[in-house]
Design a protein around this ligand. Structure first.
Ligand code: ADE
Ligand code: ZN
Length: 325
């Protein structure tokens, strides 16, 4: 399935860091990260979601300069393009890129943007950035993150979102940050309905007024909410392999097919590919095996994602043409 054109709407840039790159950066900076990797060194070692977040932040600790992020951006986009991805929206966190200092953030962003431009020319993949606050860092830090996002909103930074531990606080605690981002013209998404149930998805819609939901799969537990998502055209950034790797579902019982059959707009992404031993080709292969999805089904998934992408209409038109070529 790697030849089908793919659109990925949910990819954490740090979460896509190949272990080889993280090991090289650790060596260059004389940091011992050996405990983070699995036995063969090809992946990361963690035990459950909260430990995953800890290991994620550990791996991210060696990304310390704009130049490190430029290297990361290039290798991530190169690997995505190899699996047929033509457009990706990457979550970027000013928490890790300069500690939420707006001036440092601009330097990181400039390096990431330049690397994305080069990758566009070299690998044919487009990228946009969704600035992301981290829920377990709390609402005050989220406001600082939103300020970074608002100051750099434009044709590359096009969205604002939130990841992190969904068990901490409520979506509405972050309303100020999301309001600020909305006023700056950014489009909105948040992780919801991954580690918390349907109420978290409702709060995301009512209190943060997002147009897309990261994951959202646990909405399936509430029929009225599924109807609302379908009726309002809310797009879910579903990451099945991530859910399976973190023990939320098995492939055979993953709700993506039920949601799709109920008329919910679902898309497919990888979340943090090396952490979950996945890539977009692997996701497509498993969805085809598990649910019998064929090329037409995948092309429709890609069209849904292109229509929901946080990009300008000219780029969207180009993506739709590439999907149907
Ligand atoms: N950050 C990176 N991956 C995440 C996930 N699956 N859920 C919440 N926050 C994340
Ligand atoms: Zn995520």
């Amino acid at each position: 399935m790697s030849d089908l054109p793919k659109i990925e709407l949910h990819l954490h840039l740090e979460g896509a860091a190949p272990p080889d790159l993280v090991r090289a950066l650790a060596r260059e900076k004389s940091v011992d990260l050996s405990g983070l990797f699995d036995a063969d060194g090809g992946g990361y070692r963690y035990d459950g979601f909260l430990d995953f977040l800890r290991v994620y932040e550990g791996a991210t600790s060696v990304l310390r300069s704009p130049e490190d992020y430029a290297r990361l951006t290039r290798v991530v986009l190169e690997r995505s393009a190899e699996t047929g991805v033509i457009y990706t929206e990457a979550f970027l966190s000013p928490d890790f890129c300069g500690g939420r200092d707006p001036s440092a953030w601009r330097d990181y962003l400039a390096a990431i943007r330049e690397a994305a431009g080069t990758a566009r020319r070299d690998f044919g993949i487009d990228m946009r950035a969704i600035v992301t606050c981290i829920r377990h860092f709390g609402p005050d830090k989220a406001r600082e993150t939103a300020l970074c996002a608002a100051e750099t909103a434009g044709d590359f930074v096009t969205g604002f979102g939130m990841g992190g531990d969904e068990g901490r606080g409520r979506q509405g605690d972050f309303a100020y940050a999301f309001d600020m981002a909305r006023e700056a013209g950014l489009r909105l998404t948040t992780h919801a309905g991954e580690w918390a149930g349907p109420d978290s998805v409702r709060q995301a819609l009512d209190d943060l007024r997002v147009e897309r939901i990261g994951h959202g799969v646990r909405a399936v537990e509430d029929a009225a909410l599924v109807d609302r998502l379908a009726g309002d055209g809310i797009v879910l950034e579903v990451c099945p392999g991530s859910n399976v790797a973190l023990g939320l579902y098995r492939w055979a019982t993953h709700p993506i097919e039920t949601l799709r059959a109920a008329g919910v707009k679902v898309t497919v992404s990888t979340d943090d590919p090396p952490f979950f031993h996945t890539d977009m080709g692997h996701e497509y292969d498993r969805l085809a095996e598990t649910f019998g999805w064929d090329d037409d089904a995948f092309r429709e998934i890609a069209r849904v994602a292109a229509r929901a992408a946080f990009c300008d209409d000219r780029t969207r038109q180009e993506l739709l043409e590439r999907i149907d070529r």
